[in-house]
Write a protein that binds this ligand. Structure first.
Ligand code: HEM
Length: 366
C-alpha cells in the first residue's frame, strides 16, 4: 500500500512536471510577446542558449544578426539588438536598468578576481571595500557593491586599456597597414608629445577610434531590463512591442560593424573617421564606452592613456608584425572584456629609418 502511494505520488509529480514543461514551451513559442521576433528555435525555450562560456559569444551574435537582421530573440525573454540607431534610446536612464545579476555573470568569467567572500576578502583587491565604510553612503559596502568597485580598479581599469593599445599595435604593425603607420609617425613628429597636443592630432585620433571600433575592449553583451515598452520594426515591416521586463542587449562588437554606418566594416581604415561629420551615422554607432547613466566612468583616463601610449611608441619606434603571430592568435575572445586568443602579440621593433634585420628587436606583448 505504502509502495503504491509512493508510485502514484511520483507519477503525479512527473505528470505535473511534463504539463508545466509543455505549457512553458507552448507559451514561449506561440503566445509570448516576443514570439514574432526571429531567432534560433531553441533560444525561444532555453535561457542562455547563446552560451557565455564559449569565448566567442560576440562572434556568434554577429553571425545571428547577419542571418536574422537587427533583432534576434536569444532567450525566452531576451532580445539582442544590432540597430545602432536604438543604442542611445536603450541605454538611457528612463528606458532600462542594468540587471542586478550582471556582476554575478562577470564573476563566472573572472573567478580569480571576483571569487571573494567576507571571510577571504582581505586576500583580494576588493578587501578594503568590503570592510571599509563609504562616507557617501554612511555604511560598509555590500558584496555586490564591493565587486563593482573592484571591477573599476582591477579589471575595467587596466585590461581594457591594455587590450585597446595591443590591437592598435597589431593593426599598425600589419604589412597591409604600413602606409597608416608611416603617416601617423609623420603627424607625431610634427607635434610635442603632450596630451594637450595629442588630443588635437586628427590622424592619431582617427586611428584610435578605428581600433576601438573594430576591437572594442568591452566586446560582450551589455544587458538591460526594459522599464518601459519599446517598439521595434522587424525586417518584414512587422511592428513588435517589447514589454517592460524584457532583457535587451547590444554589443559594440556587433553594431560597430554595421555595414550602413561603416562601409567595408571588416577593414581597418582610419580614413573613414576623417570623412565624416560628428553627426554622421558612424559617430552615432560608435559607443566603445557605452552611453547613459552606466557608461564608463574611466573613459577620460582611458583616452588619455591610449593617446599617450600610442603617440609615444609610434613616434619613436617602428613596428612590423612577426611571422610568429597568426590572424588566429589575434582573434578576439569574448570574456565580456576582450582577450586575445593566442595570448600574445609578437612584433619586430626598430628605430624608424633602420629597416635592416640586424637592427630589429623582437618584442612580445604582454
Ligand atoms: C579602453 C578602455 C575602456 C573601455 C573600452 C571601457 C568600456 C566600458 C564600457 C562599455 C562600460 C559599460 C559597461 C556596462 O554598461 O555594463 C564600462 C563601465 C565601467 N568602466 Fe570602463 N572602459 C575602459 C576603461 C576604464 C578605466 C580606465 C576605468 C577606471 C579607471 C573604467 C571603469 C569602469 C567602471 C567602474 C565601469 C562600471 C560603470 C557602471 O556600472 O556604472 N573603465 N567601461
Amino acid at each position: 500500500m505504502a509502495n503504491e502511494l509512493v508510485i502514484y505520488t511520483c507519477l503525479a509529480l512527473a505528470t505535473i512536471a511534463c504539463v508545466r514543461l509543455v505549457y512553458t514551451y507552448a507559451y514561449n513559442v506561440y503566445l509570448h510577446p516576443l514570439r514574432e521576433v526571429p531567432g534560433p528555435f531553441w533560444a525561444k525555450v532555453i535561457t542562455n542558449y547563446i552560451s557565455h562560456g564559449s569565448g566567442c559569444r560576440a562572434q556568434n551574435l554577429l553571425r545571428l544578426h547577419k542571418a536574422f537582421g537587427y533583432y534576434v530573440r536569444i532567450g525566452p525573454n531576451e532580445v539582442s539588438i544590432a540597430d545602432p540607431d536604438l543604442y542611445r534610446t536603450i541605454y538611457s536612464q528612463t528606458t532600462s536598468i542594468k540587471p542586478d545579476t550582471f556582476y554575478q555573470a562577470a564573476k563566472m568569467n573572472h573567478e580569480h578576481i571576483f571569487s571573494l567572500s567576507i571571510e577571504n576578502a582581505n586576500n583580494y583587491l576588493a578587501g578594503p571595500f568590503v570592510y571599509g565604510k563609504d562616507n557617501y553612503l554612511g555604511r560598509g559596502l555590500t558584496n555586490d557593491e564591493a565587486l563593482e568597485e573592484a571591477m573599476g580598479l582591477a579589471f575595467a581599469g587596466s585590461g581594457t586599456t591594455a587590450t585597446t593599445i595591443l590591437y592598435i599595435i597589431y593593426q599598425l604593425s600589419h604589412s597591409e597597414n604600413r602606409g597608416i603607420q608611416l603617416k601617423l609617425r609623420q603627424e607625431l613628429q610634427r607635434a610635442p608629445l603632450r596630451l594637450i597636443e595629442l588630443r588635437n592630432l586628427v590622424y592619431l585620433n582617427a586611428i584610435i577610434n578605428e581600433g576601438m571600433r573594430l576591437h572594442p575592449a568591452i566586446v560582450g553583451s551589455l544587458p538591460r531590463t526594459l522599464l518601459e515598452s519599446l517598439e521595434i520594426t522587424l525586417g518584414t515591416g512587422l511592428r513588435v512591442i517589447l514589454p517592460p521586463g524584457t532583457t535587451v542587449c547590444m554589443q559594440n562588437y556587433v553594431h560597430q560593424q554595421d555595414a550602413l554606418a561603416y562601409p567595408d566594416p571588416d577593414e581597418f581604415r582610419p580614413e573613414r573617421w576623417l570623412e565624416q561629420p560628428s553627426s554622421s551615422k558612424a559617430s552615432q554607432a560608435f559607443t566603445p564606452f557605452s552611453t547613459g547613466s552606466r557608461n564608463c566612468i574611466g573613459q577620460s583616463l582611458a583616452k588619455a592613456e591610449i593617446l599617450l601610449a600610442v603617440g609615444c611608441i609610434f613616434r619613436q619606434l617602428d613596428f612590423q608584425l612577426s611571422g610568429e603571430t597568426t590572424p588566429g592568435d589575434m582573434e578576439m575572445l569574448d570574456l565580456f572584456a576582450a582577450d586575445i586568443s593566442g595570448k600574445k602579440l609578437v612584433v619586430e621593433v626598430t628605430k624608424p629609418g633602420i629597416e635592416t634585420a640586424s637592427g630589429n628587436a623582437k618584442v612580445e606583448f604582454p
